[in-house]
Design a protein around this ligand. Sequence first.
Ligand code: ADP
Length: 506
Amino acid sequence: MNCLRLGISKNFNYLTMECRRLHLLKSQAYINGEWVSAGNKAVFPVTNPANDQLIVEVPDMDATDAQNAVSVATNAFQTWKDTTAKERSYILRKWFDMCQKNTDLLAEIITAESGKPLAESKGEVAYGNSFLEWFADTARHIDGEVIQSPWPNKQIILTRQPIGVVSIITPWNFPFAMITRKVGALMAAGCTCVIKPSEDTPLSALAAAELAEKAGVPKGVINVVTASRKNAAAVGKVMCEHPNVGCISFTGSTHVGKILYGMAASGIKRVSLELGGNAPFIVFPSADIEHALDNAMLAKFRNNGQACVGANRFFIHEDVYDQFVEGFKKRIGQKCILGPGTKEGVTCGPLINKMQADKVSNLVNDAVSKGAKPLIGGKFATDIGSKFYESTLLVDVKPEMNIYGEEIFGPVAVCLKFKTEDEVLKVANSTRSGLAAYVFTKDLGQSFRMSRKLEFGMVAINDGILSAAEPAFGGIKESGIGREGSKHGVEEYTDIKYTLFSALDK
Ligand code: ADP
C-alpha cells in the first residue's frame, strides 16, 4: 500500500492517521478485478483541499493502460451482455446494499478528497445509492416493442441491445454519485465500462469499485483508470477513439465536453454529455419569500456552489427585491459556516483546487472593480486555509462584468432586479447554457408559462433542488446531450434493433 510507504515520509503522523481512518482508501487502480499500478509505475498525489495535505498517491496511468482497460472491458462484455436482466438487477441491488452499509466510510472518503461537509457527503452517498437502487429495478423493464407490419405475413419487433463498452469520465464535485448514476444505468443495460475519475477525486471511484467487487460484480465489468491532469487528454483520447468503445458518457465542463464530442464524432460514437449550466433563480412578487429564501440557500450554497445545477443568477422582481436581498444576506451570515468538512457544524467547505478558487476570486474582483457591491463576503478566508472563500452576496451587477454571464461554480450569489415576466425570460434565456432553472411564484398560469418558455432541460417551480433517480436529468443547448436517471437513463446505453420476420405463410 502506498499509504504505508508514505507513512514513513515527512507526513508520517497525518498519513498514518488518515489511512487508519479511511477504511475504503485504495491506492491502486482497478482493472479486470485486480488492484494494479500504472504500467510505468508512475503515481500522482491526491490531496485534501481543506488542508492541502497528501491523502495518498494513486497510479498515473497513460494511454497504454487505458487501452488495456478497454480490452478487458471488451472481453467482459462478451459474457455480461448475455446475463439475464434478473441477474443484473440482483447484482446491482447487492452493490446498492453494500454502499448503503458503508455510507459512513464512503462519506469520509468523499469529504477527505472533495472537502464537502460530512453531512453533505452522506447526502451524496444516499443520492448516489438511489441510482443503484433505481437501475436495479429498471434493469428488468428494458422491454422491446412489437410493431404492426405494413405488409401481410410479416412481423416486426424492436429490441434494445447493450451498446458495448462505455467510457466514463467524471468530475470532482459529486465524485461518488456521478459514477453510480452512469454505471448503474449501463450495467442494467448489459454494458461494461472504463471509468476515468477526476484527478482531484479518484478515491471515491476506487471505493465504489471495491464495494462493487464485494457485491459480486464480475471482473472486467467495471474498470477504473486513474490519471493525473497531465495524462487526462491522452487517456481520454483512447477512451473516445478506441474502436471497441460504443459510447462516451461525460460529466464536466462544456470546454472539455466539446473536445470529447469532437473525438467521438470521428468514430460515430454515442455520447451522453452533462456539461456546465447557468441556472436562473427567478422570484416573482406572488412567491412565498421565506420559502424562496430557504431554497435559494440550497440552490446556491449546496456543495459550496460547485454544482452544475447550482443557481448562478438570482433574478428578483423589483417589488420584493429589497426584502429578498435583506433575507438572503441574513441567512448567509447565519447559515454558511466555513471550515473543514470533518468539523461539526460546518456547512461550507473549501473550493476544490487553486484553479477554481482563483476563478471565483477573479470573478468577484472584476465585478467589484466595475462597481458591484458585496453585501457579505467577497474575499478568501485565509485564516482557515488556502482555498476557503467566504460565502458572498453581490449586488449592483451589470452586463459588462464577467460574473454576469459566466458560470461561477462557487459560493457567490448574484442578485439582479427585474420588472416584467417577458424581460426576465429574455435575460434568463440569453445564454448558451440550458441545464436547470428555478422559478418561485404562486400564480399557476405563470408557472406553466415559465416552464414552457424557459430554455432549460429542467425547471423547478417553487423548489431549489430537483435531482433524483426518478426524473430525467439533463440539459439542452451547450449544457449537454442525453438524459441520466429515469427510464431514459438506460436508453442512452442501448441500441434499438429492428428484426423483420417475413414469409410467415411459407
Ligand atoms: P472540472 O472543471 O470539473 O475539472 P473538467 O471538464 O475540466 O471539469 O474535468 C472533468 C473531467 O474531465 C475530469 O475527469 C478531467 O480529468 C477530465 N478531462 C479534462 N480534460 C480532458 C481531456 N482533454 N480529455 C479527457 N478528459 C479530460
